[in-house]
Write a protein that binds this ligand. Structure first.
Ligand code: NAP
Length: 258
């Protein structure tokens, strides 16, 4: 059975580029109507025009900031008014600045938690009134292997925020079950995005060497995994996680590759 998102309406945060754009592309290919949400309108409008042209699907942009509840309520209302309903939220927007424990300021810590953790709550709260009306409400959160499973120097705040998202997902799954809404999380490994490119070529090469499948993931790899959780067929799966990392978390030894 393939995923079919025809007639579904999805709102995806952090969708102007990277993983969010990959999820949007996959959902549009599967027939969904898609609302891209991010802050910079010029980039968002360009991405939505590109996805419309490449998929023929209804893809539109609405600016929104996941740290601001009224802005996200506005985006959720826009989606519901534009397409008549809202079925799927992908809470994907996130930031991953790097700072050592010694140098980290409390402001830097708070900023990461503001976008990655509070932003997840804000996105869910803003979309919930509309998702409750859906016959198959779905929430897909983009977490990470970093934090829930692995550690990486410079990312204590980021890792803590990505693990916190999973704590949120597990309790939210229970609270949302009464509305028939499922919530699950994807844990990507290293995915070729603009954000990852900002970390530099050394980081990229180091990560390729650490992946048993010998490549970084694509935004489409994450999009396909998200489409499973988002589909009407996944209605009995909630509070769960799916790692999409090319096997990066598996090796027991640094020598366990060939
Ligand atoms: P990216 O390339 O840096 O893209 C980030 C997206 O989020 C952009 O569209 C950005 O647009 C938007 N954004 C940032 N702050 C926002 C805010 N406050 N409100 C709304 N939108 C906001 O990032 P990525 O690599 O695709 O990562 C996306 C998600 O995947 C994050 O949650 C990240 O933690 C997770 N992840 C990524 C990787 C990886 O290898 N790339 C691995 C594991 C997990 P604007 O700046 O215009 O708002």
């Amino acid at each position: 059975m393939t995923q079919d998102l025809r007639n579904r309406v999805a709102l995806i945060t952090g969708a102007s580029r990277g993983i969010g754009k990959g999820i949007a592309r996959t959902f549009a290919d599967l027939g969904a109507n898609v609302v891209l949400v991010s802050r910079e309108a010029t980039v968002g409008e360009k991405t939505s025009a590109e996805l419309r042209a490449n998929t023929g699907a209804n893809v539109v942009f609405c600016s929104g900031d996941v740290t601001d509840l009224s802005s996200m309520r506005n985006a959720a209302t826009f989606a519901a008014e534009k397409f008549g309903r809202l079925d799927i939220l992908c809470a994907n927007a996130g930031i991953f600045p790097s700072t050592s424990l010694l140098e980290m300021t409390l402001e830097e810590w708070d900023k990461v938690f503001d976008v990655n953790v509070r932003g997840t709550l804000v996105s869910v709260q803003a979309c919930l009134p509309f998702l409750r009306e859906s016959d198959a409400g779905r929430i897909v959160v983009t977490s990470s292997i970093t934090g829930p499973i692995t550690g990486f120097p410079g990312w204590s705040h980021y890792g803590a925020s990505k693990a916190a998202q999973l704590g949120f997902v597990r309790t939210a799954a229970l609270e949302l079950s009464r509305y028939g809404i499922t919530i699950n999380a994807i844990l990507p490994g290293n995915i070729e995005t603009e954000g990852l490119a900002d970390l530099g070529e050394d980081y990229r090469q180091k990560m390729i060497r650490a992946v048993p499948l010998k490549r970084l993931g694509t935004p489409g790899d994450v999009g396909f995994a998200a489409s499973f959780f988002a589909s009407v067929h996944a209605g009995f799966v909630t509070g769960q996680t799916l790692i999409v990392d090319g096997g990066q978390v598996l090796p027991e030894s640094l020598d366990s590759g060939e």
